[in-house]
Design a protein around this ligand. Sequence first.
Ligand code: NAD
Ligand code: TYD
Length: 341
Amino acid sequence: MRLLITGGAGFIGANYIRYVLSVHPDYHVINLDKLTYSGNLGNLKGIDGYPNYTFVRGDICDRNVLDGIKFDAIVNFAAESHVDRSILDASPFLQTNIMGTHNLLETAKQRDCIFLHVSTDEVYGTIEKESFNENSPLRPNSPYAASKAASDMLVRSYVETHKIKAIITRCSNNYGPYQFPEKLIPLVIINALNMKPIPVYGDGMNVRDWIYVTDHCKGIDTVLHNGKNGEVYNIGSRNERANIELIKLLLVKVAGRINLNENEFAGLINFVRDRKGHDRRYAIDSSKIEQQLGWKPEISFDEGISKTVDWYISNKQWWQRIISGEYMQYYNTQYAERLKK
Ligand code: NAD
Ligand code: TYD
């Protein structure tokens, strides 16, 4: 199988490429990535020399680049992925997440290949109690979530209208190695290691369901090989945590790992102005993929968090390169804004 993986230099895409090549060593992976601010070829160190791995720098919006690549299936990770950035400027989200997905769908229509679209639980919006299943209505609240919901709808329409072979997965919040430092978990670990304040949005009681990234990768691979055409599969971990609870746990783990008294970190917690339109709680029901395809998460929350803290402590060079670059300007401007009344 020749797999076209888009966005494979990002957090989840890179983890997926590592996973796929370990379980399907006979596959050929073509990684198509534009290398935006969050794309990093360092995420694929070690893999880049494999004879069955090819990197192509390109944009999923560009039809010509796709015309030059041979593949049997597409797994689409490429996206603008950060909610805060979509609040500052939604245009790149509409371009990549909607127009880019449309371009890939047109290619899938011509080639008669399988299209797996990696989506998010954020398309369902916020829920106070219980959880969303695959038939729940889409009520996205951020421009990021709206762009992902639009792409999901396009995928559905191409299945119905053009009879392409496509499947959608909707996963909860991922964490693990190679996650870009703008997202909550790496941000807390890195700021703690640098003794910098940790911005907690609002009252810190927003809830997310956290899944270790390799569990998500296994779910995607299960769906790619055994999923039913035209279906949607939720992938979640039932690890719901309020942000403040998660942040405190991370600080205990980091302190323990570097032999520091956790009280040293207490002063870093800084409640700041809330995110606009901040979804209170995400929760999805994954019983469909569990019952129909036999997938289930394998990494407990405690194990996953420990592995993640260890990874960031052992891979300082990886994140120091990022925080010494243009990312820091974005971060400092955002942080200063959040301190304003
Ligand atoms: P990421 O920001 O770390 O990686 C995105 C990758 O896509 C980067 O390598 C970037 O260079 C690339 N890219 C962006 N625009 C492109 C374009 N026009 N053409 C080609 N490549 C482009 O994001 P991530 O966290 O790895 O998320 C990957 C996918 O998973 C996204 O579709 C996201 O919506 C989805 N998802 C993420 C989470 C999460 O918690 N991170 C949860 C559920 C679903
Ligand atoms: P994030 O990692 O951006 O993921 P998402 O918004 O896609 O769920 O944020 C996770 C939660 O953490 C979310 O409720 C917003 C909150 N948050 C903070 O409190 N402080 C921060 O600095 C960041 C980045 C997020």
